[in-house]
Design a protein around this ligand. Structure first.
Ligand SMILES: [Zn+2]
Length: 116
C-alpha cells in the first residue's frame, strides 16, 4: 500500500476501530505525523527501517539466515527472551528464507537451468 498523502511506499498501516466499523489508513514515514504519531515514534520507525535494510543486505551478501545474536547486532532484534522477541526472531528468519529463495530463483535464471 502507498502513502495516501504522497503516494510513496507506506510503512505505517493504521486500522481505526470505531463503533461504526473499521477504517484503514496508510502513511509513509515522512507523513507519519498525519497519522498522529509522536516524534519519538517516528524516530523509532526510521531506526527500524534502516536496521531492516541492513538486515536484508546482510542476508543477501552472506546468503544464509542470521543467528539471533547477529540479528541483535544488526539492530532488528532485542536481546531478550520475551515472547514477542522470539516471535520477531521467527518472523525475521521467514523474511531471510524468502530473500534466499528469491536469490536462488534469479541465480537459476541467470545461468540457465541444469538438467538433473
Ligand atoms: Zn507520504
Amino acid at each position: 500500500m502507498n502513502c495516501q498523502i504522497c503516494g510513496k511506499r507506506a510503512t505505517i498501516h493504521l486500522t481505526v476501530v470505531s463503533p461504526s466499523g473499521t477504517a484503514e489508513a496508510f502513511f509513509c514515514v515522512n507523513h507519519a505525523g498525519s497519522a498522529g504519531l509522536s516524534e519519538d515514534q517516528v524516530q523509532k520507525i526510521r531506526k527500524d527501517e534502516s536496521a531492516m535494510s541492513a538486515y536484508v543486505n546482510f542476508v543477501e551478501s552472506s546468503r544464509r539466515i542470521p543467528s539471533t545474536d547477529e540479528m541483535a547486532r544488526i539492530g532488528v532484534l532485542e536481546e531478550s527472551q520475551a515472547p514477542q522477541d522470539r516471535e520477531r526472531a521467527h518472523l525475521l528468519r521467514r523474511i531471510a528464507e524468502a530473500i534466499l529463495a528469491k536469490q536462488d530463483d534469479s541465480n537459476n535464471e541467470g545461468s540457465g537451468r541444469q538438467a538433473k
